[in-house]
Design a protein around this ligand. Structure first.
Ligand SMILES: Nc1ncnc2c1ncn2[C@@H]1O[C@H](COP(=O)(O)OP(=O)(O)OP(=O)(O)O)[C@@H](O)[C@H]1O
Length: 324
């Protein structure tokens, strides 16, 4: 449904000093994608990774500097109008107006896509029902909760029944219950056959919602696959060892643990302690506690975890997504 090769975009930025030269920001440095019909496909990455730029290029809102892309059978470079007819796009923060109701917004949007008045009224009524907005859909949008407003944004994005929907950070700023509700709506669109591409910097969102994920960093895809397959790459378990915030304790513990035969890899876990990658965490914990104890080190906490997408990010970039 979406095929891209080498998609790229640079921005020119004026330096703040007068007479200074322009600098170039390579926001997207050649992205190859293949998104199948009916998938929920996620771009996961830290702020500034190039997720929004990629999405805006695919949605015809920014012209790429190079590469190729075909979306729902239309070529992004030679037929952007064809792409636009087949897609919906919901920007970060959405586009609803405070003093207008959801129904009015939906009617207007349907009319903009060429529906006659009666058809647009019917499409709006159907959308209010489908997205569970009927209870408040005739009140001004300013009176809605963040989650309700987000559902209106998504309803607006699909009023013309596109084949592909692009959602930029759909749940940013929402409470956990509203986020779960928005995920449900996105899954419902998939069951109706829509292909959904979503950007997020939430690990749990990428993990729970997306069929496949591209992990993006510095304008490039650093890992791609189903969340399960990506996590399987990090074989074994993760053990978090909580230590005193003193650097010296981290270094001493690392020196003790590094030679242990069961350890695959060891990283500092921010200022909380160490993150150990090993085959069988439950079996290794008593041994590593004994080794630390023999060196006079007592961890405050020891936690066993399954690898997360953050561990994949860490393995590929050397940084944690949560700390980037
Ligand atoms: N209009 C612009 N002019 C100059 N630089 C830009 C522009 N838009 C984006 N950038 C830069 O391009 C890079 C990628 O930005 P982009 O917004 O695509 O990242 P992102 O992954 O979506 O992050 P966020 O979630 O913070 O929006 C960043 O370094 C950003 O500062």
């Amino acid at each position: 449904m979406i095929e891209t090769t080498g998609l790229r975009k640079s921005y020119r930025k004026k330096t703040s000093r007068r007479g200074g030269d322009d600098t170039t920001v390579d926001a997207v440095r050649g992205i190859d994608l293949s998104v199948a019909a009916g998938e929920i496909y996620g771009f996961l990455g830290p702020n500034g990774a190039g997720k929004t730029t990629t999405l805006r290029m695919l949605a015809t809102l920014i012209r790429p500097d190079g590469g190729q892309a075909v979306i729902a059978g239309a070529d992004l470079f030679t037929d952007p109008a064809g792409v636009r007819r087949r897609i919906g796009y919901v920007a970060q923060g959405g586009g609803t107006t405070d003093n207008v109701s959801a129904r009015e917004e939906l009617v207007l949007q349907a009319r903009m896509y060429g529906a006659a008045k009666a058809q647009a009224g019917q499409a709006a009524a159907d959308a209010l029902k489908a997205f569970d907005l009927t209870g408040f859909g005739d009140r001004p949008c300013a009176t809605y909760s963040g989650g309700q407003r987000r559902r209106v944004d998504i309803a607006l994005g699909v009023i013309h029944q596109p084949r592909v929907l692009f959602l930029d950070e759909p749940t940013v700023g929402l409470d956990p219950a509203s986020r779960a509700y928005v995920w449900e709506e996105i899954r419902r669109l998939r069951t109706e056959g829509m292909t959904v591409v979503v950007t997020t910097h939430y690990l749990d969102e990428a993990d729970a919602l997306c069929d496949r994920v591209a992990i993006v960093d510095h304008g490039q895809v650093v890992a791609e696959g189903t969340p399960e397959a990506l996590k399987r790459e990090i074989s074994g378990d993760v053990v978090l060892v909580g230590l005193d915030a003193a650097e010296a304790a981290f270094e001493r513990a690392a020196a003790v643990l590094r030679p242990q035969p069961y350890l695959h890899r060891l990283e500092q876990n921010g200022d909380e302690g160490l993150r150990l990658y090993l085959e069988d965490g439950a079996a290794a914990i008593p041994q590593l506690l004994r080794a630390l104890d023999a060196a006079g080190l007592t961890p405050g906490t020891v936690q066993l975890q399954r690898p997360s997408l953050d561990d994949v990010f860490l393995a590929r970039t050397g940084r944690s997504l949560q700390q980037s």
